[in-house]
Design a protein around this ligand. Structure first.
Ligand code: ZN
Length: 297
């Protein structure tokens, strides 16, 4: 089969690789009908060290189940399924709590052991716990939207939930990528009154406004903080969705959250030393977020 293989920063090839197949009795084999590139794929694209074997990339896909292992009970051949970006057993304490990305038997797609989904097919470990099947036809007009449930929509939703978005409150979304835009949709769904999008790509900002953003802040850094404070009566936003993961975006998020507010971080942190700062302490800010449990019901 063909797959997208990354060998090092900037070196991505479409290659023939051994066919994905069921290996363990709890696996399923999914024929990928659509897959996409995540913002988090861009970090190895910028920084990955040389790999001799390369890594099959990708963790966002939908498709049709082609084969299942002998222990798989719920997922059937022919099912149309959404794969979350992490696999999970669906039975451990963390899965029961709705935090499938902390599953004690779980893991993340796209590494040396479990190949990624930017391929013609993908092996899904713990298929019964991981996959979500839906009664839709393969050519359904909703396919592009359903693909977002594999990662970005669930991640934007997680940012909104962990930032405690609530009816009548002000939410600010840092980042106008796919996750930021889904964060706008989520903030609106959860009832935010004012939704401020921080970004500077005209086409994405137009989408954000269509999705419910009420205010646009195109500035960056200290100027962005100033601008958000200006449009929130000097107080800042109750909820801040950090959808980038860089030092500057994190600093902006901490600068624009109001005292007693919450920051939901879902951008994969690119710098492990990102400082949380004195300011967030003195403002009594809740800092939450992490890999979204997109498989949660
Ligand atoms: Zn689990």
């Amino acid at each position: 089969m063909k797959a997208t293989v990354m060998y090092k920063a900037g070196d991505v090839r479409i290659e023939n690789v051994p066919d994905a197949r069921v290996i363990n009795p709890s696996d399923a084999l999914v024929r990928v009908t659509r897959a996409c590139i995540c913002g988090s794929d861009l970090w190895p694209y910028k920084a990955m060290e040389q790999s001799e074997t390369g890594v099959v990339m990708g963790h966002e896909a939908i498709g049709v189940v082609e084969d299942v292992g002998e222990d798989v009970r719920k997922i059937k051949r022919g099912d149309f399924v959404i794969m979350p970006f992490a696999w999970s057993d669906g039975t451990c304490e963390f899965c029961a709590d709705g935090l499938q990305t902390a599953c004690i038997h779980g893991g993340f797609f796209g590494n040396a052991e479990v190949a990624g989904a930017q391929a013609e097919a993908v092996r899904i470990p713990l298929a019964d716990g991981t996959l979500f099947s839906l009664p839709v036809a393969k050519d359904d007009a909703l396919m592009a939207s359903l693909l977002t449930l594999s990662d970005v929509m669930g991640t934007g939703h997680h940012a909104a939930v962990t930032a405690k978005v609530a009816p009548g409150k002000t939410a600010a979304v840092v980042g106008d990528g796919a996750v930021g835009l889904c964060g706008v949709i989520a903030a609106r769904r959860l009832g935010a009154d004012q939704i401020i999008i921080l970004g500077h790509h005209p086409d994405r900002i137009a989408l954000a406004e269509e999705f419910g953003a009420t205010d646009v802040v195109k500035e960056r850094g200290a100027e962005a903080v100033e601008r958000v404070l200006a449009i929130t009566g000097g107080l800042g936003a109750h909820s801040v969705l950090e959808c980038v993961g860089l030092e500057q975006s994190t600093a902006t998020a901490l600068g624009i959250v109001r005292a007693g507010g919450a920051v939901g971080r879902v951008g994969v942190p690119q710098d492990p030393t990102i400082p949380l700062g004195d300011e967030s302490f003195y403002k009594n800010v809740t800092i939450a977020g992490g890999p979204a449990p997109v498989r949660a019901p």
